[in-house]
Write a protein that binds this ligand. Structure first.
Ligand SMILES: [Ca+2]
Length: 144
């Protein structure tokens, strides 16, 4: 009985730690302001590190038709000439390099040489795309 109770508590604990909650902004900001706005609320800019993270977001904004900032970036990386995006992009909030990545076709393309931050595109299957951190304003996803 005690073992059974322990297992139930452990299972609930795993479930609680695995599930993220999301705040989806209505405001549009550049990537830096978006991150600051999440921190101001005590949240983090979202990191989509697993299929489970992706699926949970898909349920919320998959058909929104809009673009949203994530914490994905390659800021600070010497990305010129890199072809393996898994080694250059990382989640700023977790510090981990991309392992799960759901790039849109032809992305990341570093268009005009200044796309270092990662959005998900609700008009394209919520797939990842690199975009200009400072010169684009999008809605953003905070996680907590
Ligand atoms: Ca791009």
């Amino acid at each position: 009985m005690k073992l059974c109770l322990f297992m139930i508590i452990a299972f609930i604990g795993i479930e609680l730690s695995a599930a993220k909650s999301y705040y989806i902004s209505s405001q549009k900001e550049n990537w830096f302001i978006a991150m600051g706005a999440c921190h101001f609320k005590g949240y983090k800019l979202a990191s989509i590190e697993t299929q489970s993270d992706f699926d949970n977001l898909w349920y919320k904004i998959g058909n929104s038709g809009e673009k949203f900032w994530t914490s994905g970036t390659r800021l600070g990386q010497a990305y010129a000439g890199y072809s393996d995006s898994s080694k250059t992009f990382y989640w700023m909030e977790s510090g981990r390099y991309f392992s799960y990545a759901n790039w849109a076709y032809g992305q990341p393309d570093n268009h005009n040489g200044n796309q270092a931050c990662v959005i998900v595109d609700g008009a394209n299957g919520l797939k990842f795309d690199d975009a200009g951190c400072l010169d684009n304003e999008f809605r953003y996803i905070c996680e907590y």
